[in-house]
Each structure stands twice: as structure tokens, then as C-alpha cells.
Design a protein around this ligand. Sequence first.
Ligand code: PLP
Length: 377
Amino acid sequence: MEHEPLLMIPGPVPVPQRVRAAMTQQAINHRGPEFGAAYADTVRILKTLFGTENELYIISGSGTAGMEAGVANFARDRSIVSLVNGKFGDRFAKIGERYGSSVTVLESDWGTPLDLEGLERELEAGAEVVTMVHNETSAGIKNPAPEVGKLARKHDALFIMDGVTSIGGDDVQMDRWGVDIAVVGSQKCLAAPAGLAAIAVGERAWDRIAEKRPFYQDMAAYRKSGSKAAMETPYTPAVPLFLALHEACKMIEEEGVPARIARHRRMADAVRAAAKGWGVDLFPELDAHHAYSNTATAMRIPDGVTDQALRGTVKKFGIEIAGGQDHLKGKIFRIGTMGSVGAQEILATAAAVQYALQKSGFAAGEGVEAAAEVLLG
Ligand code: PLP
């Protein structure tokens, strides 16, 4: 019997059957009450995951489209300070370079703490916008959004946060933390198909929206269409994906947000316990302000083991885990714990990784057993 591959990468993640089924329905009018109701209900549920009462809109496009919409609408011709400690922080800085009047990149080694002192200096010197990735998927590190939000508010700067792999899987409190613009991607913790981004925008950001905005991703146009009696998007949206995301959000509401976040944490705890059991080092280097990601665990590939042998062997069992990106290729491997992931997937993955490590000659210890203990809690 053919089994579907088990995706344990940090997104896309397996999409539950109910969500897939929602995508296959006959086309509907995107300027009608059925679409409007689905859009509005999705927004209602997403706001609980963002921890916000701000306006929230859904863009047809992946997470990067949401990041770009944030920068292009609200940071155009402004001085930006970009915090970078991984690939997606780097991407945010590159987007900033397309639109900002200037970008100061505060780069730390990937997987190490952000330069908060440097941030304060830049804000004191007048930086108008801060960009930061909350959960840096490339390195498995969670960055200190509340601290950065506090600093940005103190200096009256806008704070644009990439929550692409935290929102829906970890605690996010946009309003309380002082985040002005936050973005999530559909294919990560929401367990929906790839292709949508949601962006929430606070009043301080609306007050500063750029005069010259992109055409397709004009957030003022999203706002205008979104305020109609039946919610709409300015242009034809990816309707099947919207319907799938709505179903995914209903599943999230049924599980309950606190329960969902607790499950993500437990799954990540189990993976970290497995790493400890194997004798494999976690990749990030933390300080008091930073934490391990609860949605993507990055580990160092032990000496003598190759990325190809490790992931290749795991794949023979029908399980896909991720390698490192850019200069971390061959140095780390990553296991995603996003979406609907549960004990079955974690145990299968831990067993496959443990076998693969041992097969490569690394004397991996009892990681599966350690993960099992955490899962039974
Ligand atoms: N930001 C983070 C933290 C991510 O993990 C990713 C994708 O992995 C992105 C942004 C980019 O999202 P997408 O590939 O959906 O454009």
C-alpha cells in the first residue's frame, strides 16, 4: 500500500482531509454573501491567533507576499532597522532595501540572539520602522517580540513582525506586545495549503500608510473592499484556498487556541528531548531574551554524519525532515512541529532519525524513549 509522505519540515505541513475537501467545492462568486461570510469568519478566528483586535486582511500570495505588503505600504521611504539572525530576517532586510529610504541591518550570526542594544541605539538615532522575525524558522530560535515592541513604542517607531511560523502554533499577542503589523502564512501552523498570507494592521500603521503604494498589494484597497457588508478583496482572490483556510481555522477553533499552543509546545519539547537523548546539540545559542522555537527545532548534524545520509535514510521511511538553508546546509537539520502534528508523527520521526544516525555510525542514545516520556507527559 502507498502511504502519503509524512512532511515533518517547517512548512508546508500535512493538510487535514476536511481542509482539503473544502478546496474542491464548485466555484463561488467572490463578490457574494457566501464568500463574504467565509472571509469574515476566517478573519474573526485569525484575530484570536494574532492576539489582536486590529483589522486583518488575507492576501493571495505566500508569507513573503505578506512581508512585502507590510513593508511596501507602511515603511516606504522611511528609515528601517532590520533585526537579522536567520534567513527570513535577512529576507525582511532585503525587502526593506526595495522600499525604505535607508536600511540598517543589525545582523547576528544565524541562531544567536538579536542585537537589542544596537536596536535601541538605532531607534534613539531616529529609525522609523523595525522589522523582526518572531520565530526564525531557519535557525529554530524564537526572538523577543515583546521587548522589541516595547522599544519600538518608546521611540515611536513602527514594528513590523513576521509571525509566519509562530502565529497559530505559539503564543502571539500583537496588541499587548506593541506590534503594528503582523503576518502569518497559511501553510505553517494553520495547517492549510500554501498560497495565502494574513496581515493585521494597527491604527498607528494606518495613520502612516504610504502615499505611493503597490497596486496589487495596496492595503488601503484591501481595507476598502474588506469594509463592505459582504467582505471582499480588491481583486479575484484564490477562492479555493480561502475556503480551505476557513475550514482550517474552524478546526483550530474546535481544538481551542490554548490547547493548540500547548500541543505545539509539547511536540517541540518531545523533539528537543529526543535530541538530548541522542546526544545531538540544539543549534540556537540563547540568552535570557531568546528561546527555542516551538514550531521548528534545529539541531547540529553530528561529526561523521552527512546531511544526505541522514535525511536520505529518514526519507526511505516516507518521512521528510529539513536540512539547513544557505550557509547552514550540511551543518544542521530541522524538524517541524507545526499544524496538526501529534505523538504518532513525532515518534515515527524520532525513530527514523535515531536509526539514521546510528546507521551513519553515530552512537545515538535513547531519543525515542525520551520523546515518548514527554509525549505521555
Ligand atoms: N518567514 C518565515 C519565518 C518563514 O519560515 C518563511 C517560510 O519558511 C517565510 C517567511 C516565507 O514564507 P513563504 O515561503 O510562504 O513565502
